[in-house]
Design a protein around this ligand. Structure first.
Ligand code: G1P
Length: 272
């Protein structure tokens, strides 16, 4: 059973400037709701019981969004506004399952995982990168199902345009069928002619807790950051089994300005 999810949120959001100069990108609204709420709902629907948010001092208002509730209380006391009451109930529900840890300098996804070391309880945990929204089908749920079947680590993947491989972690694979494949190797942001395939890593991972030991040993890689991709590579090289899950939902890029604008439009088209 996968019960814990971790969400790195300490990044600077430079690809989203100017919107992120004073505001965390994860709280920016997408069709009327903060990006982060879509991610929390995906986790809840996939059976996750605890979510660890990795924030930084600069992004403390993510914590405030869930915990600073004087305004709600004041308004609810004054008048019975059903909508506000429901929003408040939702925030309180989220509060029960979220925990915060701090990563004060943005040293990469691997470093973010390290900050959760004391809190990770089970053999496997889920990690979601909130820049990547996947709508229409619950990707985390699909991955947990595949994990239960294969008893392996899982990475979400989709086919990308050859010209864009240097934006992603890329996968080398075998035994591909419609929904999944075995991962032979991973490489972070390769040059076009060095990518092992057109299958990219998308920000959903089911990782073994033993990856923490590996992260402690790896050196900073691309962009001088400690990448989870490099720790995954070290585990694969040691024989750890990883599968790629070709997810069924629709991918939305919420980490760039143009992608963010498009995400709002796409989500507004989805029927509730
Ligand atoms: C991160 C990962 C990369 C992955 C991507 C998915 O990159 O390092 O392997 O393909 O997320 O969005 P970033 O978006 O932080 O540059």
């Amino acid at each position: 059973m996968i019960k814990q999810a971790i969400i790195p949120l300490a990044g600077l959001g430079t690809r989203m400037l100017p919107l992120t100069s004073i505001f965390p990108k994860e709280l920016l609204p997408i069709n009327g709701r903060p990006n982060l709420e879509y991610i929390i709902e995906e986790c809840l629907a996939a059976g996750i019981k605890q979510i660890i948010f990795i924030i930084s001092k600069k992004k403390k208002n993510i914590k405030e969004y869930f915990f600073k509730d004087q305004l709600y209380k004041k308004i609810i006391k004054k008048k019975k506004d059903k909508r506000i009451l429901n929003e408040y109930k939702k925030i309180r529900k989220y509060r029960k399952i979220i925990k915060f840890v701090f990563q004060n300098s943005p040293k990469g996804t691997g470093d973010a995982v390290l900050k959760c070391e004391k809190h990770i309880k089970d053999k496997y945990f889920l990690m979601l990168l909130p820049d990547d929204l996947i709508i229409k089908k619950n990707c985390s749920k699909e991955m947990i199902n595949l994990h239960n079947k294969k008893k392996s680590s899982i990475i979400a993947s989709m086919k990308v345009n050859r010209n864009s491989v240097s934006r992603w972690g890329m996968l080398s694979l075998k035994n591909k069928n419609k929904n999944n494949f075995k991962i032979l190797d991973v490489v972070e942001k390769p040059k076009i002619n060095e990518s092992p395939s057109n299958y990219a890593i998308i920000g959903r991972y089911i990782l073994p807790s033993k990856i923490i030991k590996k992260i402690k040993k790896i050196k900073p890689g691309h962009g001088n950051e400690i990448h989870i991709t490099d720790a995954i590579k070290a585990l694969i090289d040691e024989g750890e089994s990883f599968y790629g899950n070709i997810f069924k939902g629709k991918y939305l890029d919420c980490g760039t300005l143009s992608g963010y604008i498009n995400s709002g439009l796409e989500i507004s088209k989805v029927k509730k």
